[in-house]
Design a protein around this ligand. Sequence first.
Ligand code: HEC
Ligand code: HEC
Length: 558
Amino acid sequence: MMLKGGYLLLFIIFSFFCFSQQLWEEGRPTPVDGLHNPYQLNEHDFALANRQGRIHSLHYPVKITGLLLPYEPIRRVADQEYNNPIREILYKIVSDISKVQSFDDITRWLGLHDYPLYEGEGPYYVPMDFSEKENRMGFTVIEQNNTKGFTFSCAACHSANLFGSRIIGLTNRFPRANSLFVKGKQFFHFVEPKSFSLFTGASAQEVDLIRRTKNNLNYVEAREPSFIGLDTSLAHVAISLSRRARDEYASKRRIHSIFPRYEDLRYYVADSKPGVWWNVKYKNRWLLDGSVVSGNPIITNLLWNEIGRGTDLYQLEDWLEQNQNVIEELTTAVFGAQAPHMTDFFGEEYFDLQKAKLGQQIYNQAQCYKCHGHYQKTWDLDNPSITHWSDIYKTQSVDYPEQTLVKNVGSDPQRWKGMASLKQLNDLAISKKYGIKIKPQEGYVPPPLVGIWARWPYFHNNSIPNLCALFSPSKNRPKSYYAGPAINKDRDFDFNCNGYPLGEKTPKEWKKRQFLYDTKKAGMSNTGHYKKLFLDANGNEIYSKEEKMALIHFLQTL
Ligand code: HEC
Ligand code: HEC
């Protein structure tokens, strides 16, 4: 462990480095405890930027976005009592999962959570005093040409309901954004702007909005994820690009949308889950495979999101230039995001200090830190100051590798292999301007383990339902499991194994085909991350069951 003075020195060196060199350059070393305030704002300005950034994550800021659906007519038709053909098509398209009877049901189908009753603070902070709260988190209404259109924001994929708390930056366990694009294309295949207007009373401007969206949809192609909870953003971006010209602005010409180029990701599965935001500050390369090696990851994300929405990239370039404050605010909110503490959800009786300390020993003995970093705990300090029982379990500092690693630990390779299809993004003018560089990798980033307790199911492809399964040999891991929402912490969560309850403990309501994760499907396998960690040279288990349970308990405190 380094001394306090060491941190200070590192900080000074780092600050100097930041001022003298580009913040988003490849190889920029990560400071101890992460880059949680990339623009070095003072406390007051940080709080303001964080707040605005969180609002942008809830309310999509890119006003020029390519796909907007007319808000008022769709809402009117969805909420009305009697049937009409548009309503029928709408409901047929989205009611594959549950019964849909209102506009709110549609946004719930999309996986959006309702707003909490109170603002909350720290990890639980959800700004409340801005408009739009009558809808769900991430739902966004934007005005274009005097008409209201709706879309969704980052929070659609990057926020979650964790036993009643809403957490911005935690992976949504059931996002359905990709499906919305697939369904949206189906909808507009059936619905002509004129008949839409006839049955919904849409105004001339609203019909214009539909025409624009319908036109942009020609340059968008999406795929359904292989499993509910995963996301097909890689495929969505690559196959949408295959419908645009191969120039620096991926120009939209009709001919390419009629004859799209061949693209692997139209067929090959490279699904993954949205990454957690509080991890971003510890890394200097982005995405689960660390393949985005430079550039501000927020700009990268906006670029991906907008390609996925058929937006004109000249317009996006202008928007980025004129909205640097929005980028800084969103960046501050993502890098400043915090993990929820398990001690905020489970009482003192659930925790066992000796067990957690034993788990820490196993963590060190197994050299997990080489990939996942060191976590200094309050109990490691000589004279810790304790005012609440939970203080002893807090993490004092996180020392994650200065240069983010990428390791192939034998987990399913399809996601990292899929990245080859996105190298073409390097040729875009926006990528060049903002230093965004994609270098496909072999393997995945060993994620920082902060807040790991809240991140089940595990691995980039959600193939591991809980930590007991992760610390079992591949052949003993469950071949399938049922997924469900985190509503009731006694019913929906297995505390000892940390994650989904399995077998008889699975809640009855979850036992439906669409919630069944199947590790036999392409890209969904649950192998790897075992032999070198838990077996000795003769193939024998190094740790007892008790020691592994202690390791889980240690991880629960991170
Ligand atoms: C359609 C769902 C979706 C939306 C909307 C979305 N993301 Fe993501 N995001 C993902 C997925 C999936 C990944 C991980 C992809 C991978 O690496 O395989 C990700 C990864 C990220 C990462 C990198 C995390 C890491 O550990 O490196 C950041 C940062 C991020 N998103 C920010 C944003 C921001 C900001 C927005 C809004 C502008 C946004 N995302 C909108 C799905 C989404
Ligand atoms: C050689 C590097 C390496 C070592 C050593 C290592 N891991 Fe990992 N770990 C990884 C990688 C890479 C992943 C991501 C795999 C994936 O998503 O496919 C991972 C994933 C995990 C995850 C799931 C993270 C998530 O967000 O889903 C946990 C938990 C974890 N490791 C714990 C441990 C523990 C505990 C040890 C020590 C016993 C350990 N790891 C040792 C590389 C390593």
